[in-house]
Design a protein around this ligand. Structure first.
Ligand code: 2PG
Ligand code: MG
Length: 428
């Protein structure tokens, strides 16, 4: 490889669609030596208030969801700033975009514009180096396959049913390989579908491929999951456990958690009791965003009460942002962080946040968004960083399955060298 083979010579973006049919940004980066890289940015629905800004613009065609400004920013100022950089110097080129944007929340260029280039550059550099993305990002130690968190019952803003909580997930942590974990998830998903059909409940799916039945309570959803695990011939709590992402900011109103489906309005204390009862009654090993993004007091109560019993994951409260995470350390809130590249807007900052989390003993869970595409960057990122956990939906819908398939490829590539660790048993 000649010395300037990895120099960026071209950057271009186009509009493509995500899994909800909304426009999103795809960027392509070309290098002097001929290598190219491409990346598509995902998009959330239950977005955190403190996330970096996803630049959207009007126009009747896509109901105000256009990305023409973000695309123009890639093709104009961002291209101007990063052309000439060595694509292997990820930190430098991400810093170049950050200083060009010059805002706290990436509102000038748009986190969607910046992230598309950040990820496309990493892929181009990996291709130029003739390395799989996982190995390029993670080196020889990139051997740990993540335990999947598979969202098989959808509610909240991801579905039109009556469940207030957004995600009910299967965690097949007792498997020996990723392959086996995925298989257990698939078997349980199929058993759940059969059980729903047997009870004349709907088997249509929500945004992340999970079923979206109307149920009487969250308790009923959890009962269905335990039953499905058993029907699949697996042991709840040993082979496959459960995880929740209530995304509670979405039902937090004026200091109360309003569970419409159960006709309840709970104070933060009562909401913590509600969760504690679920944790006692079901094999739940992880809860994400139990409390709202601005309810730091509620988060403290929850953490005090449930730390050590389950993993406590911060998504909307931390938004992959080191400053918010620091506050979490100080106030003893959560013990794990959900990692979403587009919440912060560059690969470099994502890796920095993960490093910070680990240095404080917080686990990291790599995550998709509810609006996804065929892009599988997060699968490689999960292995490259040894995160140990990934949340990427049900084992159905191509946008979700694409990530699982990429993990299968990575596992096959690593062969006997691939590792899979039961974080529940080991203690995270
Ligand atoms: O809350 C979440 O964790 C995500 C992904 O499941 O949803 P969204 O992308 O809509 O924010
Ligand atoms: Mg979440």
């Amino acid at each position: 490889m000649a010395r300037n083979d990895t120099e960026i010579t071209q950057v271009a973006a186009r509009m493509v669609l995500d899994s909800r049919g909304n426009p999103t940004v795809e960027a392509e980066v070309a290098l002097v030596g001929g290598a190219r890289g491409r990346a598509i940015v995902p998009s959330g629905a239950s977005t955190g208030k403190f996330e970096a800004v996803e630049l959207r613009d009007g126009g009747p065609t896509y109901g105000g969801k256009g990305v023409s400004k973000a695309i123009a920013n890639v093709n104009g100022p961002i291209a101007g700033a990063v052309i000439g950089y060595d694509a292997r110097q990820q930190r430098l080129l991400d810093r170049a975009m950050i200083s060009l944007d010059d805002t706290q929340d990436k509102s000038r260029l748009g986190a969607n514009a910046m992230l598309s280039v950040s990820l496309a550059a990493a892929r181009a550099a990996a291709n130029a180096s003739r390395l799989p993305l996982t190995s390029y990002l993670g080196g020889v130690n990139a051997t740990l396959l993540p335990v999947p968190m598979m969202n098989v019952i959808n509610g909240g803003v991801h579905a039109s049913n009556n469940l207030d909580m957004q995600e009910f997930m299967l965690v097949p942590h007792g498997a020996v390989t990723f392959r086996e974990a995925l298989q257990w998830g698939v078997q349980t998903y199929a058993a759940l579908k059969a059980e729903l059909a047997a009870q004349s409940l709907s088997t249509t799916v929500g945004d992340e491929g999970g079923f979206a039945p109307n149920l009487h309570s969250h308790q009923e959803a959890l009962e269905l999951l335990v039953k499905a695990i058993e029907k699949a011939g697996l042991r709840p709590g040993i082979d496959v456990s459960l995880a929740l992402d209530p995304a509670s900011t979405e039902f937090f109103r004026e200091g109360h958690y309003v569970l419409k489906g159960e006709d309840k309005s709970l104070t933060p204390d009562e909401m913590v009791d509600y969760y504690a009862q679920l944790v006692d009654a079901f094999p739940i090993v992880s809860i994400e965003d139990p409390m709202a993004e601005e309810d730091w007091e509620g988060w403290k109560i929850f953490t005090q009460r449930l730390r050590g019993k389950i993993q406590i994951v911060g998504d909307d409260i931390f938004v992959t942002n080191p400053r918010r995470l620091e506050r979490g350390f100080k106030e003893s809130v959560a013990d794990s962080i959900l990692i979403k590249l587009n919440q912060i807007g560059t690969l470099t900052e994502t890796l920095e946040t993960m490093e910070l989390a680990r240095s404080h003993g917080y686990s990291t869970v790599i995550s998709h968004r509810s609006g996804e595409t065929e892009d599988t960057f997060i699968a490689d990122l999960a292995v490259a960083t040894g995160a140990g956990q990934i949340k990427t939906g049900a084992p159905a819908r191509s946008d979700r399955v694409a990530k699982y398939n990429q993990l299968l490829r990575i596992e096959a590539m690593l062969g006997e060298g691939a590792r899979f660790i039961d974080w529940v048993k080991r203690g995270k």
